[in-house]
Design a protein around this ligand. Structure first.
Ligand code: SER
Length: 605
């Protein structure tokens, strides 16, 4: 069974059990400042796990794109990837432990569905501690389904507790399902508690019944939920009888492409990690860039992780002997594999390839020099050792910062290089150097904005409408990739951030301004309609499609010019705006431009 077939089989199964199928949310969480990426299918559902009503009902299932940055160091083994697709089913205060476990068991083992041999399965359950008791109930359900006692391992919170996805939020004990990786059948005594390396976790049923509070305490949730997560790559791997997720059709074409570009062989075990790092990281980068909420490489937050993925891939490409730009080629291959299930990749293909190429180019220019600099540092430590007889095994934070600042080496890359030489990096000193640099670069730049609260005054209302006109005009002049990245409106001006890879020319700025002024002069009516999300999408409204589903949204239509999902407020007719002027076009962060504009008391002549 292919990964794609697995996904549709899973959704059919849960549909047959009364679940509504919902869309994957964006990889970039909209409302949770405590995490950089969506880490699990439950993440976008947090409000509903906390008790809010979901418009699609209380049984849901989906395929969610996820990134777990904390797994980056495990990439190279058989089963870890930083980007993965997660199948999930949820009960929002509906069924609980017994049904959740029965569904999982039936889907995995029934001949009608996956038909996995139950003798190759084992499970774990929560052993209990001061916060919550031993999960006796989960154990009893497994026993009743024929899983023998010695294949049910009770484990502590570090293994059998899930959540919250961020620092606070819904969480609870879980029961996890594992598949036997060895040959034949597992010995009777072996289970994931005592023989971890021979078992691969494939599915996690979480019984969300607590909320973790900011002070670290747990309180029972008003509503008991089920949150499950099944890894597509891993289950495809076992269904295909492969030893590693990288041996499935999700990765093999990428690996073949890397072989072709490098001349190196994937079967050379000394090179396998580099192959897997490139395949995994560029998959993650392709999905981040291809997200409707698209992001570009930068030095902060998620943009920094994206940068790390790309730069680490480039370095591992060099290790395999690829000296030409290659990220675009690999990303095209990834898009070919995934586009059927994730059409947004195709929609954003030009942007993905362009951004990858730019980042690769930026880094290629400094990588070789930076590596030379690194060699100098290592030699310096050796010379110092010969002189003093005292061996220093730490690269100073100042030097690591120089590699970062001058040569664009992410700190983690310097740490990786250091580790390969048996050295470490003084990360505390790096941070001090970094913070000092931040202070210096902040001086003089007044990044703070006043206002911020939603304000329905006449001025801000007019600027809200102007923002929609501007957004559309940018798309006309620059192209459809000019997506909103941020918007901030005060009574005096609007500020609009959008994805675009280059400074706008004077002519482009003028044309945008002119288009907006034309729409104002045309006196277009602004009409608000409430509709379902799918209707908004069908009507071609601009909006963050990946991050919302099911619910009813407000769509503002401005004559025949613009249609956008938005909470408002807006004017009744564009004539109320009178005149529009762009004051400034500047960089906001890498790949993101920022426009400041005002409304003028008179129309332009
Ligand atoms: N949230 C759980 C996990 O990610 C189950 O979906 O494992």
């Amino acid at each position: 069974m292919t990964a794609s077939e697995l996904k549709s089989t899973y959704l059919s199964f849960f549909k047959s059990k009364g679940h509504a199928i919902i869309k994957s949310a964006s990889l970039l969480p909209e409302n949770d400042p405590t995490v950089l990426f969506t880490t699990a299918g439950m993440h976008p559902l947090v409000p509903y796990l906390m008790g809010e009503k979901h418009p699609m009902g209380n049984r849901l299932a989906d395929v969610q794109k996820c990134i777990r940055t904390q797994d980056i160091d495990d990439v190279g083994d058989n089963s870890h990837t930083t980007f993965f697709e997660m199948l999930g089913n949820w009960s929002l205060g509906d069924y609980f432990k017994e049904d959740a476990i029965r569904f999982s068991h039936e889907f995995l083992t029934s001949k009608e569905w996956l038909g996995i041999d139950p003798k190759k399965l084992a499970v774990t359950v929560f052993a209990g501690d001061a916060d919550a008791p031993f999960d006796d109930e989960a154990k009893r359900v497994w026993l009743s389904l024929g899983i023998p006692e010695h294949k049910i391992a009770p484990l502590p919170k570090s293994d059998n507790w899930w959540g919250p996805a961020g620092l606070t939020g819904p969480c609870g004990p879980d029961t996890e399902m594992f598949y036997w990786l060895g040959d034949g059948y597992p010995p009777e005594s072996s289970n994931p508690g005592n023989d971890k390396k021979n078992w691969m976790e494939i599915w996690n049923d979480v019984f969300m019944q607590y909320n973790k509070n900011a002070d670290g305490t747990f309180t029972p949730l008003a509503q008991k939920n089920v949150d499950t997560g099944l890894g597509v790559e891993r289950v495809a791997c076992l269904l295909q009888g492969k030893k590693s997720v990288y041996d499935t059709e999700l990765f093999q074409p990428i690996i073949r492409e890397i072989e072709r570009l490098s001349g190196a062989s994937y079967s050379d075990t000394s090179k396998q990690t580099s192959f897997r790092v490139i395949a995994d990281h560029l998959r993650a980068a392709t999905f981040i860039l291809g997200d409707d909420r698209g992001l570009t490489p930068s030095n902060v937050d998620a943009g920094y992780i994206l940068r790390r993925y790309i730069r680490r891939s480039v370095r591992h490409g060099r290790l395999l002997g690829i000296n030409e730009p290659f990220c675009q080629v690999i990303a095209s291959c990834i898009i070919d594999i995934m586009q059927m299930d994730w059409p947004e990749l195709l929609a954003h293909k030009a942007f993905i390839l362009d951004e990858l190429n730019k980042e690769e180019e930026r880094f290629s220019n400094t990588l070789a020099q930076g590596l030379k600099e690194f060699e100098k540092l290592v030699n310096g430590l050796e010379i110092a050792f010969q002189k003093s007889g005292k061996r220093i095994t730490v690269i100073s934070g100042k030097n690591a910062f120089k590699l970062y600042d001058t040569y664009g080496f992410p700190l983690e890359m310097t740490e990786e290089l250091a580790k390969e030489r048996g050295l470490t990096v003084d990360t505390a000193e790096f941070k001090t150097a970094y913070e000092k640099h931040q202070e210096l670069s902040r001086q003089g730049a007044d990044a703070k904005f006043k206002g911020g609260l939603i304000d329905h005054s006449e001025e801000t209302t007019r600027l809200h409408t102007a923002t929609h006109l501007l957004h559309k005009a940018l798309k006309i002049v620059l192209g459809d990739h000019a997506n909103q990245k941020g918007s901030n409106i005060t009574a005096e001006r609007l500020r609009f951030d959008f994805t675009h890879g280059a400074k706008m020319s004077e002519d482009e700025v003028k044309r945008v301004e002119q288009i907006v002024n034309e729409q104002i002069a045309r006196g277009l009516d602004v009409v608000m309609q409430e509709m379902s999300f799918d209707e908004a999408k069908a009507a071609n409204a601009t909006g963050l499609f990946e991050s919302k589903y099911g619910e009813r949204v407000k769509v503002f239509t401005i004559g025949d010019f613009s249609k956008e999902i938005c909470g408002g407020p807006h004017v009744k007719n564009t004539r109320e705006l009178v005149g529009f002027k762009i004051q400034k076009e500047e960089s906001s962060s890498a790949g993101v431009r920022r426009i400041r504009a005002v409304l003028t008391p008179a129309a332009p002549k």
